[in-house]
Ligand binder design. Structure first.
Ligand code: DON
Length: 589
């Protein structure tokens, strides 16, 4: 007995020593807006962990970046819980309403009508972000939900000064926003895009967040608040029902996991295409010694890998609850060998030469944030309302700007959506189905380094994370991952889209000589938020994309002992769930 006790003590000491060696010496947050970074830091300094900070950051972004994400939207949150090494994805993707039909966005002649899937109440899926915030607080955080929401509520109630980015985004969507009186009342200034410095107050949103904090999911998906959402959507020509709201659940899903040489990649599973396409591209690149290739050859093979991986996105990816997605096969090394067999070093493979996608039998303005706390908990979260200001539709009295994520479905086989992406049956509209996403919140792990990254950018998200992952693998710091000039290929259209700084004249000539078609992007794209924990160097660093207005913060934050905090437990916190108990994949509203 005594020997066993002694052994236990030794084991405990050993694990403490190991754990101490494997805890970061600083916390870090990188988000797309300084006020959101501040909200997250405040929660960690108050004794919250990375998951509480994620609640605070997501809610603050909903207020200060309403064009990017919000409680009228959804997304994917990749979590790592240090205490039991759990990696899990909270799938908070919007769901199609139960009355949705396959051809709901087609006109009488069978053509897709983008206005219907992009603007107004009919474009909105059932939001997932409110359920995700509740879920994070209940099962992963240390603080009560209302505590973590406090900064966002204050920002919404007291207002904040909008930036030039806000002005530009509102200018871009002004016409559609003006068509909805409630959206115009809240988000425009006398019908116009507010100038930078305009104080935006969102009283209804403050009250909606407050209600969510106190009542949990019932405060959004049920009761009087649900009635308000439904009445507004119905008056705007939408098709939501009480059942849609009552049955919305987030789903805990296993991340997709793969390797690139000695780097492990953990990323988003379907209904996001992100992790799968990222791993396919990395598998295609693995046989090449990228470090030894010339810069020109290297760029060419990366483009060819993107082309082939995005092709599979179009054919196979969709909501796994509705369609069989062969993820294991797609991310297997054998599959890449097969689809990479015709990859030539000296020549582009036209997309038309890849196996055609059979038609079925008949028929920035999203946000990403990364968080690391001093226990080693990590969050990579990409949240969205889809295109700027989502559907530009706000049910009166709620302050909830709704998403237009329904446009991420393939409205018609092989017809491009807002991002030029095509799909077939796997991503057709269906009642209760989640539209296919490109969001790619990702962890990268080598022996001594852990990376946390992601970005908005529609279809280009995956190629941006791919380029970032390759930089990480080469040992570059996060500043390099986020600032790297970008290029992109998504199979169709068969062209290389590039930022001006990505290709100089020699590079352009070289790619054209190999048979690539090039298209200059009319603006820089992406807004990557990245954190590096260098365990070898005992150093944490973080970077926010210079293309955006975000802020990365790294500071020495020691989590105070929980008992010293004397936090009130939320009334509905289930007793059966505790830290250390892995949560079986299931749905929680
Ligand atoms: O889920 C998706 O893939 C898209 N709704 C993301 C949209 C996006 O990133 C827009 N950002 N520029």
């Amino acid at each position: 007995m005594r020997v066993r006790g002694f052994a236990c003590l030794l084991w405990l000491i050993a694990t403490r020593i190991c754990a101490a060696g494997f805890e970061p010496n600083a916390a870090a947050i990188a988000t797309a807006h300084p006020l959101a970074t501040q909200a997250g830091r405040e929660v960690i300094d108050a004794g919250g962990n990375a998951f509480d900070a994620a609640v605070a950051v997501a809610a603050a972004l909903a207020v200060v970046e309403p064009y990017s994400s919000g409680i009228g939207g959804g997304g994917f949150l990749l979590l790592h819980r240090a205490v039991d090494n759990l990696d899990v994805v909270i799938d908070a993707r919007e769901k199609a309403p139960l009355l949705a039909t396959k051809n709901m966005y087609l006109d009488a002649a069978g053509n897709a009508v983008p206005e219907r899937s992009q603007n107004g109440a009919l474009a909105a899926g059932i939001p997932g972000t409110p359920a995700a915030l509740v879920h994070l607080a209940l099962f992963y955080g240390r603080l009560p939900l209302e505590r973590s929401l406090a900064s966002a509520i204050k920002l919404a109630r007291d207002g904040f000064e909008v930036s030039t980015t806000y002005h530009n985004m509102a200018g871009y969507r002004q016409k559609v926003m003006a068509a909805n009186a409630e959206t115009a009342r809240i988000f425009l200034d006398a019908g116009n895009a507010p100038a930078a410095g305009f104080k935006l107050r969102q009283g209804d949103l403050a009250r909606s967040l407050e209600r969510l904090g106190i009542q949990g999911s019932a405060g959004f998906y049920g009761g009087e608040f649900a009635d308000k959402l439904l009445a507004g959507v119905k008056a705007g020509g939408g098709i939501w029902t009480a059942e849609d709201l009552a049955q919305y659940t987030v789903v805990e899903r296993k991340p997709v996991v793969g390797t690139f040489h000695d780097m492990q990649i953990i990323s988003a599973p379907p209904p996001s295409a992100g992790g799968t396409v990222l791993l396919e591209a990395l598998n295609l690149l693995e046989p090449f010694d990228l470090a030894k290739l010339s810069v020109l050859d290297r760029r060419h093979v990366i483009i060819e890998a993107m082309r082939r991986a995005y092709r599979d996105r179009a054919e196979f990816l969709g909501d796994p609850d509705f369609t069989e997605v062969p993820v294991a096969r797609l991310i297997g090394k054998a599959h890449s060998q097969e689809i990479g067999a015709d990859l030539k070093l000296d020549q582009a493979t036209p997309s038309s030469a890849l196996k055609p996608i059979a038609p079925p039998h008949q028929g920035e303005h999203t946000t990403h944030f990364s968080i690391l706390d001093t226990e080693g908990n990590r969050v990579a979260a990409t949240l969205s309302v889809n295109t700027p200001f989502g559907a530009c539709f706000t049910p009166p009295g709620t302050g909830v700007l709704l998403n237009n994520e329904m446009d991420d479905f393939s409205a018609r086989p092989l017809t491009p959506n807002a991002y030029g992406l095509i799909g077939v049956d796997a991503n057709a509209v269906g009642p209760g189905k989640r539209p296919l996403s490109s969001m790619t919140p990702t962890f990268l792990i080598t022996k001594n380094r852990i990376g946390i990254l992601g970005t908005p950018g529609g279809s280009r998200i995956i190629s941006m994370v791919l380029l970032g992952a390759l930089e990480f693998y080469q040992g570059a710091p996060p500043e390099a991952w986020v600032k790297l000039p970008r290029y992109h290929h998504q199979y169709l259209p068969d062209e290389v889209l590039y930022e001006p700084a990505a290709l100089d004249d020699a590079a352009k000539q070289d790619l054209e000589r190999r048979g690539h078609k090039l298209r200059l992007s009319n603006r820089d794209y992406g807004n990557m938020q990245a954190i590096l924990w260098d365990m070898g160097a005992h150093q944490v660093s973080a970077a926010s994309d210079p293309r955006g207005e975000g802020k990365a913060d790294v500071w020495n934050a020691k989590l105070p002992a929980l008992k010293a905090l004397e936090l009130p437990a939320p009334a509905d916190k289930p007793k059966t769930r505790s830290v250390g108990v892995p949560i079986a994949p299931e749905a929680v509203n």
